[in-house]
Design a protein around this ligand. Structure first.
Ligand code: A3P
Length: 305
C-alpha cells in the first residue's frame, strides 16, 4: 500500500507523503515571505547537506540548533503533507526545502525577494544514490535492477520527474539576483570557499571562527554522528535503514563503482541530447575540445606576410 504514486501535472509523487491538494496549496496559496530562504534540489543532490550549511550559517556556526532540532523541522520540505504546516508555522527567516520542479513551485515566490539556493549534482551519482535510497525509503517503489532503474531515470519516470527538466528549469532562473546555484562537487572540493560564497549571496557575514564551525559541523562525519540530521530518528515504516543509510557514502564519482561502460555511454548519449544548447558547464562535464593550433608552417607564413 505504500508504493502508490500519483501524477500531479505530469510529475509523479509517492502518495504516502504527498497529496494533490497539498501540491495545489503550495503552488497557488503558499505565501512566500521576502526573507524566506529556499533550499532547492533534485532529490539526492545534497539537500540535507545544504540544509545543514544554511542552518549553521543562520546560527553563526553554533551547532546547538542543528543538534537539538531535526532537520525536517529546521528546513521542512514544504510540498509534503507534514512539511507544509511546519513551513507555515516556522519563525522567520524561514529555511524551506523543496524538490519541486520550477513549474510547480509556489507562484508567490516569483513576485518576492525570497532567495533560492539550487544545488545540482552529477546525475550519474544522483542515479546511484537514488537507486540505493529507493531500496530503503518505503514510500518509493523498490527498484529491481539498476539497468531497469537507469532507463526509468533517463525517461524521468521517477518521483519528481526528469533530472534534466528539473535542472534546466531551475537554471533558467540564473542571472536573477535572488537565485544562486552551486554543485555538490564544488561543496566537496572546497566547502569553506563554498560557504563563503553562500554567505555572500545571503548577505551574511561570518568571522573566521564561525566559518570554521560551519565547515566542521557540516562535514559528512559530523553529520553522520548527528541524529538530528542522519535520519536515525525516522520511523522504520518510512526509512528502513537495515540495508543502507541515508548518509550513505557522501563522495563524488561513486557511479564508477556501479555503472558498466555500456550503461555509462547510454547515459552520456541522453545527457548530450538533453543538455545541448544549455550554455553551461558542470564540474563533471568532459572538457570541451579546444580548437587545435594551426600547423607551424602556417604560422611561418603568417610571420612572412
Ligand atoms: P550518497 O547516497 O551518494 O552517499 P539528498 O540530501 O539530496 O537526499 O542527498 C543525499 C546524498 O548527499 C547522499 O549521497 C548523502 O550521503 C550525501 N550527503 C549528505 N550530507 C553530506 C555531506 N556532509 N558531505 C557529503 N555528502 C553528503
Amino acid at each position: 500500500m505504500f508504493k502508490k504514486y500519483f501524477l500531479y501535472k505530469g510529475i509523479s509523487f509517492p502518495a504516502m507523503l504527498y497529496s494533490e491538494q497539498g501540491l495545489q496549496e503550495v503552488e497557488n496559496k503558499f505565501q512566500v515571505r521576502d526573507d524566506d530562504i529556499f533550499n532547492v534540489t533534485y532529490q539526492k543532490s545534497g539537500t540535507v547537506w545544504m540544509l545543514e550549511i544554511l542552518s549553521l550559517i543562520r546560527s553563526n556556526g553554533d551547532p546547538s540548533w542543528c543538534r537539538t532540532v531535526p532537520n525536517w523541522d529546521r528546513g521542512p520540505w514544504y510540498e509534503t503533507n507534514l512539511g507544509l504546516p511546519t513551513a507555515r508555522g516556522n519563525k522567520p527567516p524561514r529555511i524551506i526545502s523543496s524538490h519541486l520542479p520550477v513549474q510547480l513551485f509556489a507562484k508567490s515566490f516569483f513576485q518576492s525577494k525570497a532567495k533560492v539556493l539550487y544545488t545540482v549534482r552529477n546525475p550519474k551519482d544522483v542515479l546511484v544514490s537514488l537507486y540505493h535510497f529507493a531500496q530503503i525509503f518505503r514510500p518509493y517503489k523498490e527498484p529491481v535492477q539498476l539497468d531497469h532503474f537507469l532507463e526509468e531515470f533517463l525517461k524521468g519516470d521517477v518521483p519528481f520527474g526528469s533530472w534534466f527538466d528539473h535542472v534546466k528549469g531551475w537554471l533558467g532562473l540564473r542571472g536573477r539576483e535572488n537565485f544562486f546555484w552551486i554543485s555538490y562537487e564544488e561543496l566537496q572540493q572546497d566547502l569553506r570557499g563554498s560557504v563563503e560564497r553562500i554567505c555572500r549571496f545571503l548577505g551574511k557575514e561570518l568571522d573566521a571562527r564561525a566559518l570554521d564551525a560551519v565547515v566542521e559541523n557540516a562535514s559528512f562525519q559530523a553529520m553522520k554522528q548527528n541524529k538530528m540530521c542522519n535520519f536515525s530518528l525516522s520511523p522504520s515504516f518510512i526509512l528502513d535503514q537495515r540495508k543502507s543509510s541515508f548518509l550513505r557514502k557522501g563522495i563524488c564519482g561513486d557511479w564508477k563503482n556501479h555503472l558498466t561502460t555500456a550503461q555509462s555511454e547510454a547515459f552520456d548519449r541522453v545527457y548530450r541530447e538533453q543538455m545541448q544548447g544549455l550554455d553551461l558547464s558542470f564540474p563533471w562535464d568532459e572538457p570541451r575540445p579546444q580548437p587545435s593550433p594551426p600547423p607551424t608552417d602556417c604560422l611561418d607564413q603568417l610571420d612572412r606576410n
